[in-house]
Design a protein around this ligand. Structure first.
Ligand code: KIV
Ligand code: ZN
Length: 517
């Protein structure tokens, strides 16, 4: 693993740590396991499963992921403190290949204001934290937080210290998304040339997207000698996010002629991974997002369609199938049977098992009765909604609403709460307000509504509505989604889904105990 001249690039996914850490993207325990399973099937080399010292919930999800993941190495993040490292070691110890990822800031601004430490103290902590981690596991990654704004001489001394202490991977993150491709490439070339023991570690890139350069910078870092790329599905992460895994992998695959680097990602699962991460975080994927946006392979204009019909190469640099988007779509409607529905689910990457299939099929039939054509997007929204619903403590059973010009609008809502059905009438300033008031009366809570957003899954007035709701609970934000042809039912489902996450999060150890990185 120490030859920098070979062309194998390791994919380090941090969707469950850097991605999950950003406001509003929190996932429940079960959702994290589901994402971990898809990441493992996708073929990531390392998955960073969380930050075990942050909360009991993080610790438990990292431990469970470490136990269940079959192929990937499982990493946990830890600060340069003994208690963080020991907790992290405990969490990853059952992984097939456990890794401790420890970090400390090295830039002047971070050392002076955030850490309030002298550089000599930082070097001391690098040596002690890395060697402590090495006493626990064979693979230790050390990161120079704010590496791209670190003074070069000090960065080289820090890297040398970490490698001497036993670090097997050295990550130089662009924490604030500030660098440019040329600069980042030169940084890796400089460090690898100047640090005497550089050949004893793999170098890693970790780029944030504040200037929209995260993917370009990551690839430039690889050209400078890095052989590990840290990235997230859909590019989720702090602020403007991290480098998007799907974009990096498809850039390497599509332009292998000029980027001769290999990895073991099964690209046909990229679309499924994107959909899952979007569903569990309630972060929509922008329509024109590269690789996984719904327009990424759509050819609307007449000239483009004409060219495509003559030869797909005219406007297509990669096939939709190569990222898991099927062209040979079965059109679904009210005459479609169980078998066709099952095939469609397979095509969309779902395996629901017999019971799940039955429930989803009933909802599909109901939808098909109300809507002439059921598009793939409708089925994805419906199934994701059903998957989320199936494991929730609180579920929407029935809703009727009085809306119109005469105020106040009112709602009668029945919820199933821990298996028991309860009904409540409430009024409000509009039907959505009335529904949310009914939920608050049935399930008293102090979480605050932070976002309410509606979008149509497909075109037409009979389109399903997909509603996103975010609730803030102290420092934590929980997001929920609901889908239904009736916008008000979708609203109730979305609120209840977010509320379930608030309770799940509280039950699993509350909000993150560690200050934001
Ligand atoms: O962006 C960053 O610097 C990080 C480190 C903890 C690796 O996420
Ligand atoms: Zn980061």
């Amino acid at each position: 693993m120490t030859d920098q001249n070979n062309d194998r690039v390791f994919i380090f996914d941090t969707t469950l740590r850097d991605g999950e850490q950003c406001p509003g993207a929190s996932m429940t325990f079960e959702e994290k396991l589901e994402v971990a399973d898809v990441l493992d099937a996708l073929g990531v080399d390392i998955m960073e499963a969380g930050f075990p010292i942050a909360s009991q919930g993080d610790f438990e999800s990292v431990s469970e992921i470490a136990r269940r993941v079959k192929n990937a190495s499982v990493a946990g993040l830890s600060r340069a403190q003994a208690k963080d490292i020991d907790r992290c070691a405990e969490a990853v110890k059952h992984a097939r290949i456990p890794r401790i990822h420890t970090f400390i800031s090295t830039s002047p601004v971070h050392m002076r204001y955030k850490l309030q430490m002298e550089p000599a103290k930082v070097l001391e902590l690098i040596a002690s934290s890395v060697s402590r981690a090495r006493n626990h596991v064979e693979f230790v990654e050390w990161s120079a937080e704010d590496g791209t704004r670190t003074e070069p001489d000090f960065l080289c001394r820090a890297v040398e210290t970490a490698i001497n202490a036993g670090a097997t991977t050295i990550n130089i993150p662009d924490t604030v998304g500030y660098t440019t491709p040329d600069e980042y490439r030169a940084l890796f070339e400089m460090v690898r040339a100047r640090v005497p023991n550089a050949d004893k570690a793999i170098f890693s890139v970790h780029c944030h997207n504040d200037l929209g350069l995260a993917v370009a910078n990551s690839i430039a870092g690889v050209r400078g000698g890095a052989r590990q790329i840290e990235c997230t599905i859909n590019g989720i992460g702090e602020r403007a996010g991290n480098a998007a895994l799907e974009e990096i992998v498809m850039a390497l695959k599509t332009r292998a002629d000029v980027l001769p680097f290999t990895n073991r990602i099964e690209t046909t699962l990229l679309n499924r991974a994107s959909k899952l991460v979007s569903a569990v975080t309630s972060f929509p994927v922008q329509y024109n997002k590269s690789i996984v946006g719904r327009n990424a392979f759509a050819h609307e204009s007449g000239i483009h369609q004409d060219g495509m019909l003559k030869n797909a190469h005219t406007y297509e640099i990669m096939t939709p199938e190569s990222v898991g988007v099927s062209k040979t779509s079965l059109v679904m409607g009210k005459h479609s049977g169980r078998h066709a529905f099952k095939e469609k689910l397979k095509e969309l990457g779902y395996d629901l098992g017999d019971n799940g299939l039955e429930v989803a099929f009933t909802r599909f039939k109901d939808l098909a009765d109300r809507k002439k054509i059921v598009y793939d997007e409708d089925i994805v929204a419906l199934v994701d909604d059903e998957i989320a619903n199936a494991r929730e403590r609180i579920r929407v059973v029935a809703l009727s609403v009085m809306a119109g010009t005469k105020a106040p609008q009112s709602a009668a809502l029945t919820l199933e709460i821990d298996g028991e059905q309860k009904t409540q009438q409430a009024t409000g300033n509009g039907p959505v307000d009335a529904i949310f008031n009914a939920i608050r009366a049935l399930v008293p809570h102090d979480a605050k509504l932070q976002l309410f957003q509606v979008h149509a899954v497909t075109e037409g007035t009979d389109a399903q509505a997909e509603v996103s709701v975010r609730l803030s609970d102290g420092d934590a934000v929980s997001a929920g989604k609901g889908a239904d042809p009736d916008t008000l039912v979708a609203s109730a489902r979305a609120y209840v889904s977010a509320l379930n996450k608030v309770f799940a999060r509280r039950a699993r150890g509350g909000v993150a105990a560690v200050a934001a990185l």
